[in-house]
Design a protein around this ligand. Structure first.
Ligand code: DGL
Length: 278
């Protein structure tokens, strides 16, 4: 059982580097808080893994962040949010950490869609796991039943980002191909959710090949707004979050490789430490 009134940083978890786009958005919005980022780079990508495996890996990460004293964990990964969040909230938290909180990224993203689409036709680029889970369609239609949601799995995009190829010419083919497939399924789409935290790193290429009238929704900004709003409404949780403006980084892969790549993503000098989750 985890302690009910401990104080500590906000934990942000992702299968790899993608959650850095969420962390970046949150830190810009709330720079005074302390953060711990955990990337399970050794086992990324999660996108094609089964529900059971994503749940097991995500739960290990959440436990680790709780062990590091985080009272609140953001699952900064759509695949883990789609496949593991509900089970963690229902099967784990009430029994082992009833005063701790774990939040995901799908609901806050779905909440903004109704405001942004004019045609009521929305597209989603995500991993195969997120698309198959239908989480975006279900969440968006719960809030905006008039909106049609069409998904397109982009299985090559995460490996392209994890391997640092996101700004190289080879990525163009895969980006163009997925855009073409999505728009041929529904030509009325005017808003596309980048439903994978890795995808903002491909933003320039996605923008280049997407017709100009279509808006792209990256998540970092909206997740940050939603978290700030959550903490305003939950002052008891806010009081448990330490505010020293620090950020520590942990990875399950080589700390040197993570530090190099994360420093490029975040444009600051990062010194990650390696840990084991299993
Ligand atoms: N960043 C994760 C997401 O938002 C996916 C990456 C992966 O497949 O591990 O879905």
């Amino acid at each position: 059982m985890y302690q009910a009134n401990n104080k500590g940083p906000i934990g942000v978890f992702d299968s790899g580097y993608g959650g850095l786009t969420i962390l970046d958005g949150i830190r810009k919005r709330m720079p005074d808080y302390d953060y711990i980022y955990l990337g399970d780079n050794a086992r990324a990508p999660y996108g094609t893994r089964s529900f059971d495996v994503v749940y097991e890996f995500t739960l290990q990460a959440v436990r680790k962040l709780f062990d590091m004293d985080c009272p609140l964990v953001i699952i900064g990964c759509n695949t883990a949010s789609a496949k593991a969040l509900r089970s963690i909230q229902q099967k784990f938290l009430p029994f082992e950490a009833p005063e701790h909180r774990v939040l995901g990224v799908i609901r806050p993203t779905a909440e903004v869609v109704g405001r942004l689409t004019h045609t009521n036709h929305v597209g989603v680029f995500a991993t195969e796991g997120t698309i198959k889970s239908e989480s975006y369609r279900l969440e968006v239609q719960k809030l905006f039943p008039e909106v049609t949601v069409t998904g397109q799995a982009c299985p090559m995009w995460v490996p392209i980002v994890e391997n640092g190829e996101y700004d190289k010419p080879g990525a163009d083919y895969f980006v163009k191909d997925s855009i073409k497939k999505l728009l041929s399924k529904d030509p009325q789409i005017d808003t596309i959710i980048l439903g994978c935290t890795h995808f903002p790193l491909l933003n320039d290429k996605i923008r280049k090949y997407t017709p100009e009238h279509i808006s792209l929704i990256p998540q970092g900004h909206y997740i940050a707004e939603s978290l700030a709003d959550y903490l305003q409404r939950h002052t008891d949780m806010d009081a448990r979050l330490t505010k020293g403006g620090t950020c520590q980084f942990f990875t399950t892969e080589s700390s040197q490789k993570f530090s190099e790549n994360a420093s490029i993503f975040l444009k600051e000098n990062i010194n990650a430490q390696r840990i084991s989750l299993a």
